[in-house]
Design a protein around this ligand. Structure first.
Ligand SMILES: Nc1ncnc2c1ncn2[C@@H]1O[C@H](COP(=O)(O)OP(=O)(O)O)[C@@H](O)[C@H]1O
Ligand SMILES: [Mg+2]
Length: 355
C-alpha cells in the first residue's frame, strides 16, 4: 500500500520479505530473505534514497546497521526499540506525562504475585516482546487465573497491566516530517474481536474538539521525544473522555487504512512525503468511513463492489485462521448513510463484524 501510494509520485520501490509470495513483489523487485540477513539487507538497500519499514518486528539492530552504512532508515530505529518492548513503551509515556494503564514489570513468579496484589483485579499479563493480534497475553480475572497465566507465559520478560474498563478503543494517527512539522488525522474508533482489529470508524463518532486535541497532544509528545519521521499510530483507551495509551506502532497502521479513500491524504502518501523530506499534505477526513478487515477469508469482489461507497483491497495472501487477508473501506456522506451501507456487508465471508 506504500508502494501503491508512491508510484504515482515517481517513487520506485524494492522490497525485502522472508516470503517469496509477498504481495509487494507485484510492485517492484522482491528480495527474499530474513529481515536481519546482512547480505539481503545490503542488496535491497543499495543505492536507495531512503529505507523504511512497515512492521514493528524488524530487528532494531538490522535497521541500525543499514542506517549506519547505507541510506537513512526512517522512522528512526529507536522507535523499534521502544515499540518492541511494552515496558519501554509505557515507561516512555510515563516520563512524558502521558496516561497509560497502571503497570509493573514481571520477571519471576514473586514479581507477578506482588504486582497483581498492587494493581488489583482484573489484570492482563503480557509478554513484553513479540505479541500481536492479542497473542502473548492472558486476562487475570481472579487469583485462580494466576497459575495458568504463569504456566502459559512465564519464562520470558513479562508485564502486568491493570485491565482498563474502557468505554471504547480509539487510535490517533500522526505524521512528522524531517523538518519537525506534524499533522494528525481525526481520531479513529476501533473494534476488536479476539484481540484482532475487525472494524474501524473514522472520524470516531462523538469526539469533542478537546478530546481530539488531547490525542494530538500526546501523539505530538511521542513524535518529538523520538525525533520521529513518518507515520506513528498510537492505540488508546477512552475512559470517560480520558485517553490512556495502550501501545505504539511505529509504522502505517491497520486503523489508518480508511485514509486511502476517506481522507484528503492517505497515511501511506504522508508517510512517504515525511521520509522523503517533502511537504506533508492535509489529513482531513472526506465524509465518514468504516474500514472492515477481511479475516481468514475473502468475500467475492462482486458482492463487495455492489455496495455503494465500498472499496475492496485484496492482499493476495493465502487465507488462514485469524489472518488479515484484505479490507473493505466504505465511505459515505454521513453516519446514517454509512450505517446503511456497511449493513450491506453483513454475511460476507471474512467480514463478520462484532456488534
Ligand atoms: N490493559 C488492558 N485493559 C483492557 N483491555 C486490554 C488491555 N490490554 C489489552 N487489552 C485488549 O486487548 C487488545 C490487544 O492488546 P494489545 O496490547 O493492543 O496487543 P496487540 O499487540 O495484540 O494488539 C486491545 O486492543 C484491547 O482490546
Ligand atoms: Mg494492539
Amino acid at each position: 500500500m506504500l508502494a501503491l501510494a508512491g508510484i504515482p509520485l515517481g517513487l520506485r520501490f524494492r522490497f525485502l520479505d522472508p516470503s517469496p509470495d509477498a504481495t509487494a513483489g507485484a510492485l517492484g523487485p522482491l528480495v527474499v530473505g530474513a529481515l536481519g540477513d546482512e547480505d539481503a539487507l545490503a542488496h535491497v538497500t543499495e543505492g536507495a534514497t531512503v529505507v523504511t519499514y512497515e512492521w514493528e518486528g524488524v530487528p532494531a539492530a538490522a535497521a541500525r546497521l543499514v542506517g549506519a552504512t547505507g541510506p537513512p532508515v526512517l522512522p528512526p530505529p529507536v522507535a523499534l526499540d521502544v515499540a518492541q518492548d511494552r515496558l519501554r513503551e509505557k515507561e516512555l509515556c510515563r516520563r512524558l506525562g502521558i496516561g497509560t494503564p497502571e503497570f509493573a514489570p514481571v520477571d519471576d513468579r514473586t514479581d507477578l504475585d506482588r504486582a497483581v496484589k498492587e494493581l488489583g483485579w482484573p489484570g492482563v499479563l503480557k509478554t513484553r516482546r513479540g505479541g500481536y493480534d492479542g497473542k502473548g497475553q492472558v486476562v487475570l480475572r481472579d487469583p485462580s487465573d494466576v497459575d495458568r497465566a504463569w504456566a502459559d507465559l512465564g519464562g520470558v520478560p513479562l508485564i502486568v497491566e491493570a485491565h482498563v474498563p474502557f468505554d471504547r478503543e480509539l487510535s490517533v494517527l500522526a505524521v512528522r516530517g524531517r523538518d519537525g512539522a506534524s499533522a494528525y488525522w481525526p481520531l479513529v474508533e476501533n473494534h476488536h474481536a479476539g484481540g484482532i482489529l475487525r472494524r474501524s470508524v473514522a472520524p470516531a463518532p462523538g469526539v469533542s474538539q478537546a478530546l481530539q486535541e488531547a490525542g494530538e497532544r500526546l501523539a505530538g509528545k511521542l513524535l518529538d521525544a523520538l525525533q520521529y519521521v513518518g507515520v506513528l499510530a498510537v492505540e488508546l483507551f477512552d475512559v470517560g473522555g480520558q485517553l490512556l495509551v495502550n501501545e505504539l506502532a511505529p509504522r502505517v497502521h491497520n486503523s489508518g487504512h480508511w485514509t486511502i479513500e476517506g481522507a484528503v491524504t492517505s497515511q501511506f502518501e504522508n508517510h512517504l512525503r515525511a521520509i522523503m523530506d517533502w511537504p506533508l499534505a492535509s489529513t482531513a477526513a472526506v465524509g465518514v468511513s468504516a474500514m472492515v478487515n477481511c479475516v481468514g477469508a475473502l468475500p467475492d469482489p462482486r458482492a463487495v463492489l455492489a455496495v455503494p461507497g465500498a472499496h475492496f483491497h485484496d492482499y493476495a495472501k493465502a487465507p488462514g485462521p485469524g489472518r488479515k487477508v484484505g479490507h473493505i473501506t466504505v465511505t459515505a456522506g454521513d453516519a446514517a448513510e454509512l450505517d446503511a451501507r456497511t449493513t450491506q456487508l453483513v454475511g460476507l465471508p471474512g467480514t463478520d463484524v462484532p456488534a
